[in-house]
Design a protein around this ligand. Structure first.
Ligand code: HEC
Length: 708
């Protein structure tokens, strides 16, 4: 339809005047009937401003979850059930990476701030898509190596008092001047010894004059902690460790004395885990920060803490005093975590009438499959209903507040498929809450994981941790494959969007996603719920019924949460899209509004057929060794059995790459793309054995494809 917006997306119109002149905040003040200060600096976001976002700035998106309460619900209604069919693309921006993209943009005073997976921050005119500034913190590319799950990730910035805060994958926290894009300070948050470097994937939280940040990758033998920095100076104010350290040393803070009583053995040698890799929520009513704590290292509790114990504060929500870091209360969702069931999922605040009593509550759907409603003043358990398929537990005992584990699903004794799997019924992909209906819109998946003890440990009772690789404490490689062959088949993997009532446990409606990989959620007063999925489809559903009202093929893979905002009279919907494996393409941000008719360039398809392979020379034993090394160092990014999923599929690499295999793997030829050198881990012969293993895998899969 030829409308006034009929223009190429590659030629954004001129930046709006107020942004160019730095006057937007001033105009907003004028509109509110106040005197603007002379030359107002950019992005003067305060606690009060975030608190009053619904009343005073319905068109803004000021913090990670829009406001401090993390509802991801917008009062905007221009795009609604009746108009959504006219929603179309208005502009797009390229992100120059092929990694997974999880960034949740922030929109303040007409500027949209977002990150890519290397924490490069872009400040862009939210109306036109024109660049205002970009800031590259020069994240050390080698750190991609220390990712839990296939490369670097970043979930976005915090914007506060004229600053933009970005946390980098190499574990720094950087403050940037919001007006100029110049760095103000840069602190190393990884100033604590660790076997391999700490990383950060989560967005920082800025509130109460501070910036709060955790870290990532429990699997890499880390000891988790969260740190508060002075927002102005970057000075460290306090640190809260989520698990106790070496018992021969004094406790860093009093809460660890309580925690230490719940651990056994020599957990500290592998760090213990408990990284705060995602959720930190500020409660301005009660002046509290809630921190979501991750899983244990290794996953197996019998290896981690022989003799049992709850292993505090793994898999817990911990309420802290923002000024001192002292604990107010904690609630452990999964005592003695044995399944990688983190409680790092987003923590949502609300005021609900529960059994006739008005309560201030926190709500969370952690990985373990139960949806929790707790009183935010003391952590009292109010509700815990299942929201996803599970076999690990039967229910939560409301008296003790503990899940009741299923006696038929003890995987140490009987290796088996567990639900939820290690990725959880719900992961970091944020949910959205409509306070009017009381419904939570949760992105969920039923994806089972096969749990079994490692072969050597099962035989000898002794666990031998490995250096410079993840220590999960579960079976791997051919031993694992054999156990899986003998077990009942894997339950089908499915992804859903569910409208869930936290107080009754009822799923009011659900829709099945096209892929088990699902995206974060946005709900609006227009009666819509937006969500993307791994197939690249971006959809809008009727929030009452789940009826599909609109969809759009992004030719990518969507896991990031969409946001919505208003500039002038136009409501926009924005979502960041990752590159799909099937195309030669990069990531991109897509921005939609009613009547938008820009065309999305369709990326060229990749030929995914496995080509004829170079000659293979290795013996069966050598291939076995190559396979072991491959799974130790390469599989986390290039896929199990060399069936590539996130990064390059090595079965289809070109002859040129085969020829320069040593340069890539040991020489660091592609380090800028996130492919580190493994020269410290592998010699030339071992590297060649890995290549031989890849060729053997490629031949097997190629033959299977031909005979199919
Ligand atoms: C932390 C993630 C990560 C790990 C671990 C990793 N790689 Fe990579 N690798 C990448 C990325 C990122 C690329 C860049 C290519 C892309 O994604 O498009 C890449 C590219 C490559 C390429 C070039 C492929 C092509 O067709 O261009 C080869 C070969 C390769 N890796 C081999 C290995 C081997 C062998 C190992 C184990 C010793 C390994 N990689 C471990 C992330 C990883």
């Amino acid at each position: 339809m030829g409308t006034s917006r009929n223009r190429s997306i590659l030629e954004p119109k001129a930046r709006s005047l107020c942004v160019r002149a730095g006057l937007c905040a001033g105009l907003a003040l004028l509109a509110a009937g106040q005197q603007p200060a002379a030359e107002p600096p950019a992005a003067q976001v305060t606690d009060a401003r975030i608190d009053r976002i619904d009343e005073e700035e319905p068109g803004a998106w000021l913090a990670y979850g829009r406001g401090y309460r993390q509802h991801r619900f917008s009062p905007l209604t221009q795009v609604n059930r009746d108009t959504v069919e006219d929603l179309g693309l208005v502009w797009m921006r390229r992100l120059d990476v092929r990694h997974r993209l999880q960034s949740s943009p922030i929109v303040v005073d007409g500027v949209i701030y977002y990150t890519d997976s290397w924490s490069v921050v872009s400040a862009v005119d939210a109306d036109t898509g024109e660049t205002i500034w970009t800031f590259d913190p020069e994240t050390r590319r080698r750190y991609a190596r220390w990712s839990c799950c296939g490369g670097p990730i970043n979930r976005g910035v915090a914007v506060y008092k004229g600053r933009v805060y970005t946390a980098t994958f190499d574990a720094r926290l950087v403050a940037i001047d919001a007006a100029t894009g110049q760095q103000v300070w840069d602190v190393d948050t990884a100033d604590y010894p660790s076997r391999v470097p700490y990383t950060i994937s989560g967005a920082p939280l800025a509130a109460a004059g501070k910036v709060f940040i955790g870290n990532s990758g429990s699997e890499w033998d880390h000891r988790g902690y969260v740190t508060a920095y002075d927002a102005e100076t970057g000075e460290k104010e306090w640190r809260f460790f989520t698990v106790p350290g070496d018992p021969s040393k004094p406790f860093e803070h009093p809460e660890l004395e309580l925690a230490a009583e719940t651990w056994n053995g020599e957990w500290w040698k592998l760090g213990g885990g408990g990284t705060v890799w995602n959720s930190i929520t500020y409660d301005s009513d009660l002046h509290t920060v809630y921190v979501g704590v991750g899983n244990g290292t290794p996953w197996s509790r019998e290896i981690r803490s022989p003799g049992g114990g709850d292993n505090l504060f793994l898999s817990s929500i911990v309420a802290l005093h923002p000024d001192t870091g002292r604990m107010k209360w904690y609630y452990q969702t999964t005592p003695g975590d044995n399944w990688d069931y983190t409680a790092t999922q987003d923590i949502v605040l609300a005021d609900l009438v529960v059994d006739g009593i008005e309560r201030k509550v926190v709500m969370q759907a952690p990985k373990n499959g139960f949806f929790y409603v707790l009183d935010r003043r003391d952590g009292e358990l109010l509700r815990a209903y299942p929201y996803g398929a599970m076999n690990w537990a039967t229910h939560v005992d409301m008296e003790t507040g503990r899940p009741v584990e299923n006696p038929d699903a003890v995987w140490e004794e009987k290796p088996q498929w567990m639900l939820p799997g290690n990725i959880g019924s719900h992961n970091w992909e944020p949910m959205a809450f409509d306070a009017r209906s009381g419904l939570m819109y949760i992105p969920t998946h039923d994806v089972a994981f096969f749990f079994a003890l490692p072969e050597d440990y099962a035989e000898t009772g002794v666990y031998s941790p490995r250096e410079r690789t993840m220590n999960l404490g579960v079976a791997s490689g051919r031993y694992r494959a054999k156990l899986i062959e003998e077990a009942p088949p894997r339950p089908e993997s499915k992804g859903f969007l569910k409208a869930f009532d936290p107080l009754t446990g009822e799923t009011v409606w659900k829709v099945r996603n096209k892929s088990a990989q699902i995206g974060g959620v946005l709900a609006t007063a227009g009666g819509l719920v937006f969500q993307g999925d791994g197939s690249g489809t971006f959809s809008a559903y009727d929030s009452d019924t789940g009826e599909l009202l609109w969809d759009f093929d992004s030719y990518g893979s969507i896991i990031a949460p969409p946001v919505t905002y208003r500039i002038g009279n136009t409501q926009y919907v924005a979502v960041i899209v990752g590159a799909a494996f099937a195309y030669y393409d990069t990531g991109k941000m897509l921005v939609f509004s009613l009547g938008g008719d820009a065309e999305l360039p369709v990326p060229p398809e990749r030929d995914r057929a496995i080509p004829e392979q170079p000659a293979m020379s290795a013996s069966v034993e050598e291939l076995d060794q190559g396979g072991k090394l491959y799974h130790q160092f390469c599989a986390s990014c290039h896929g199990y059995s060399a069936r590539g999923y996130r990064n390059a599929d090595l079965r289809i690499m070109s002859r040129a790459i085969h020829d320069s295999f040593q340069d890539v793997v040991r020489g660091g030829l592609l380090v800028d793309l996130g492919m580190d050198s493994f020269a410290e881990d592998l010699d030339e012969t071992e590297t060649e054995l890995i290549r031989q293993y890849i060729i053997s895998r490629a031949n097997i899969d190629r033959e299977a494809a031909e005979t199919r």
